[in-house]
Design a protein around this ligand. Structure first.
Ligand code: AMP
Ligand code: MN
Ligand code: MN
Ligand code: MN
Length: 286
């Protein structure tokens, strides 16, 4: 079974539409795909509609990547396999949308003080009906020639503690877990190796997440070094967290693709082990 539980569409900072993402998942021979846009589930309806017309099976899992704040770090929490039509959950997400828009305004105010004006309006045109992210702002800076690369927008302006960085009023981790659980889903720490924190802090994060009732953590990434993979596998075992695999796909490139190189150690318990919709798959080897 080929599974990828972390992907984005143009409803957040992915480049593909939900339709294009589903068709790409077929091309890549995926059996299971979770769409996990930043703080929105808007892509799911279109994705399911397109899949309903396809002959080849693809199990689409509801997903989201919630932004939280923990000791000064922006920590991303994946919500998976919940009821995307849950009215309370959707209402709660409006708070995150509000935080995103307000933070984007504040970032653009800081950019204006650096002499780069009216970025917000240009970014919102790119966003369309989805969620604004720093990636949209980075793209505007790149297109205007203010930076020479997308990455450069983060190292110069948007990254943690850079000139236009804004520490936003995100929900805390406990709230994210609660929202996801109350919508019937499971919660997992996204890309634990990417937070630029010492292992001691990472352990603190995972211990707290587990104690708060969190269910799992991502344990691999397509380009992850074997030593990192071993570290994450050991941490998942130590903190009793189930394993999640995902590519964090945003767009096709030489480095990122759906469902590639996401194998995990057999010692780990897959988070999707009990999902009824995968019962036929889970009887086979993964
Ligand atoms: P946001 O959720 O609005 O803070 O934006 C975060 C998104 O921006 C991430 O999911 C990445 O896709 C992208 N991003 C964040 N930091 C970087 C970085 N240093 N380089 C490139 N992309 C980044
Ligand atoms: Mn992203
Ligand atoms: Mn993330
Ligand atoms: Mn992501």
């Amino acid at each position: 079974m080929k599974i990828d539980l972390h992907s984005h569409t143009h409803y957040s900072d992915g480049h593909l539409s939900p339709t294009e993402l589903v068709l790409r998942a077929h091309q890549m021979q995926l059996d299971v795909l979770a769409i996990t846009d930043h703080d929105t589930t808007q892509a799911l309806a279109e994705a399911r509609m397109v899949q309903a017309r396809e002959k080849r099976h693809l199990e689409i899992i509801s997903g989201i990547e919630l932004t939280t704040r923990w000791h000064g770090f922006d920590i991303h929490i994946l919500g998976l396999h919940f009821d995307e039509d849950d009215a309370l959950f959707q209402q709660r997400l409006l708070q995150q949308t509000h935080t995103r828009v307000e933070r984007a305004r504040q970032i653009c105010d800081k950019l204006a003080k650096c002499g780069i004006e009216h970025v917000f309006d240009d970014a919102m045109v790119k966003v369309g009906p989805g969620q604004i992210t720093r990636a949209h702002i980075a793209q505007v800076l790149l297109e205007r020639g203010e930076v020479s690369s997308f990455q450069g927008a983060f190292t110069k302006y948007l990254g943690k503690d850079k000139r236009a960085y804004v520490s936003a009023n995100w929900i805390d981790i406990a709230t994210a877990i609660q929202w996801i659980h109350e919508a019937g889903g499971v919660a997992a720490v996204a890309h634990p190796a990417s937070y630029d924190m010492k292992t001691k802090w990472l352990k603190r994060l995972l211990a707290e997440f587990s104690a708060l009732g969190g269910d799992g953590m991502e344990v691999t990434h397509p380009n992850m070094q074997p030593t990192k993979k071993t570290l994450l596998a050991n941490l998942a075992l130590e903190f009793n967290l189930k394993a999640v695999v995902g590519s964090d796909f945003h767009f096709p490139s030489r480095w990122s693709e759906l469902g590639k190189r996401l194998d995990i150690s057999s010692e780990l318990t897959p988070l999707w082990q009990d999902w009824e919709c995968l019962a036929t798959f889970n009887k086979e080897s993964i």
